[in-house]
Ligand binder design. Sequence first.
Ligand code: NDP
Length: 285
Amino acid sequence: MLVLNGKEVAKEVRSSLAPRVTRFMKEFGRAPHLAVVLVGDDGASHVYVKNKKIACESIGMSSTIHNMPTSTTQQELDDKIQELNQDPAVDGILVQFPLPKHLNSDEVLRQIAPGKDADSLTYESMGLFFAGRADVKPCTPEGVMTMLRHYGIAVEGKRAVVVGRSNIVGKPMAQLLTDANATVTVCHSRTKNLSEFTRQADLVVVAAGKARMLGKEDFKKDAIVIDVGIHRDGPGGKLCGDVRFEELTQWAQAATPVPGGVGPMTIATLLQNTCLLAEKRAGLR
Ligand code: NDP
């Protein structure tokens, strides 16, 4: 089985961005800048945000983390986003989800200026994306597509199944696979006999958010399996995905591990998007 090494591919994506960052710095005297808003004390979110900052620094991009307490009100959060919208030195804004329960993520998405929407989550960005007119695409699905291209895995004509239909992963993933000429079926929590669908697919992207839910028996021989899930409750408290990766080694044609698969690609795409937004705002594109 070919292990799709997201860490390596992400490193290549970052290397390809470094000269663009240098050029931007030369022309504008500052690096493209990502502002991340983090509300509350969710441990996993703090780790993800820290990794995003490290990735930015690795290619000379700048980033700021705006830590806000769990007690933050909707008004305070909206004000923070407006402040970042107005700040000429901020190119990309990312609000780390999930938010504490009393905050309204819909409202947050309405606040982010589309021209600074680094994860393509605002309704305007989503509209452009589904109309095929977006410059910036949702980070996780676009990262998956970059990884498939890197390994020369052609999607055209394949029977693909996406497990999950969230706005952030499942729906845009299905759209990108459709755009790449796969024939796509979307499954979700109300799908009856899920494995009847997944077992027919040449390519399965699993984004159900259920630890170790699918294994060898759920995939056909020589399938390509992309695992988007991230959980901290694997054997021995290790990170794991939605798929029991160890069962696939003599079965799948290719699969992504967790960690080291889709996660690094999501971050690399976030950097790519921020760079692109900076260049667009500066008139370089
Ligand atoms: P959501 O919880 O928003 O969506 C999960 C989707 O999976 C829903 O559409 C749900 O169906 C479906 N689902 C849930 N249970 C089942 C089941 N038993 N069978 C079939 N479908 C099911 O999650 P996200 O899309 O935001 O994230 C999915 C996973 O990916 C999570 O583990 C998350 O942590 C991870 N993630 C990883 C990223 C990375 O960079 N690697 C980035 C983003 C997310 P329904 O719509 O019917 O409820």
